[in-house]
Design a protein around this ligand. Structure first.
Ligand code: NAD
Length: 329
């Protein structure tokens, strides 16, 4: 099938081209983000293959449909960036990669937590300037701390198992609790009140948007650390900045940011950052930000590429599994 791949980066192009030797699709790579202005690039294509920050609102989907696109093959797990109801009404099938490496994301959450707590970015920068002082580098033992895990699906479960090895007391909140995990499920307010560290692993849906808002942050223990490798809009960023300034939140390790589109994945080093909230966050010594890279391992990229292409082939044969399809609720 002819596939328009949007928001292409060198790393995913290489993985898709390698995996495609098995599938033989006609892949057309575009570096631009999918949005109404760029949707016409998919002219003559059967399939569009977007990533996390492509915009698939009704106007974009309508243009794609008019150009003959029949399948959106997301090369990611999350699907908050697509108007699924509009896709259904327009007769466009939506497929995703429900699982590619929960280890990649969970391990990155652990890396962020350790780096923030033990102040590794500061230590690294100091040593490069031959400053071997330890002033300001005091962290805390993870052992014995209460860790609140919000969402214990594939990624949250892996995260829980890793953190059990650190000797943390694990609390969790999820609408569908799982028996086999080393966590104690509690209600959301109890999780907020008792956690020293919170880690977010729920999808972004209307009921989870700004789950950590001003009210939630006032219910935290003073100095709680927050880790977010899920989706930026789970946190009200303005409330987070205020809570960091007051000390109510003791640190934030963020791989995602609610206004990351157009910023994350791009080299803006020669420009003036226009987002004052992000600039403020970056300026804080107790904030560590990565640019939506939690998924970025060789294993994950290979799995994303092969599952995406397999989804396209299955669609072509009319055998696309229900488990990868995204439909309006
Ligand atoms: P999953 O579907 O396996 O797990 C999500 C869990 O959240 C489920 O257990 C579900 O019951 C729970 N949940 C859903 N709505 C809830 C609610 N309102 N309240 C409480 N719990 C709720 O998903 P996953 O594979 O573990 O991925 C989690 C999220 O991680 C994805 O939705 C995506 O946004 C994010 N993600 C980020 C990256 C990255 O690179 N940073 C990569 C992959 C996924």
């Amino acid at each position: 099938m002819i596939v328009a791949v949007f928001d292409t980066h060198r790393f995913d192009r290489a993985a898709l081209e390698k995996a495609n030797s098995e599938f033989g699709h006609d892949l057309r790579f575009f570096e631009v983000r999918l949005e109404p202005r760029t949707a016409k690039l998919a002219e003559d294509c059967d399939v569009v293959c977007p990533f996390v920050n492509d915009l698939m609102d009704r106007p974009t989907l309508t243009i794609l449909r008019n150009h003959g696109v029949r399948l959106i093959a997301l090369r990611c797990a999350g699907y908050n960036q697509i108007d699924v109801a509009a896709a259904g009404e327009l007769g466009i099938v939506v497929a995703r990669v429900p699982e590619y490496s929960p280890y990649a994301v969970a391990e990155h959450a652990v890396a962020l937590l350790l780096a923030l707590n033990r102040k590794l970015p500061r230590a690294y920068n100091r040593i490069r300037e031959f400053n071997f002082s330890l002033e300001g580098l005091v962290g805390f033992d993870l052992h014995g701390k209460t860790l609140g895990i919000i969402g214990t699906g594939k990624i949250g479960a892996v995260f829980a198992k890793i953190m059990a090895g650190f000797g943390c007391r694990l609390l969790a909140y999820d609408v569908c609790p799982r028996d086999e995990l080393p966590v104690r499920y509690v209600e959301f307010p109890q999780l907020l009140a008792e956690s020293d560290i919170l880690s977010l692993h729920v999808p972004l849906v209307p009921s989870t948007r700004h789950l950590l808002n001003e009210s939630a942050m006032t219910q935290l223990k003073r100095g709680t650390f927050i880790v977010n490798t899920s989706r930026g809009a789970l946190i009200d960023t303005h409330a987070l900045v205020e809570a960091l300034k007051s000390g109510q939140v003791g640190g934030a390790a963020l791989d995602v940011y609610e206004e990351e589109t157009g910023v994350f994945f791009h080299d803006l080093s020669g420009e003036i950052l226009q987002d004052d909230v992000l600039a403020r966050l970056i300026s804080l010594p107790n904030v560590l930000i990565t640019s939506h890279q939690a998924f970025l391992t060789h294993e994950a990229l290979a799995n994303i590429a092969s599952t995406t292409l397999a989804n396209i082939s299955a669609f072509e044969r009319d055998t696309l599994p229900e488990s990868v399809q995204v439909k309006a609720e």
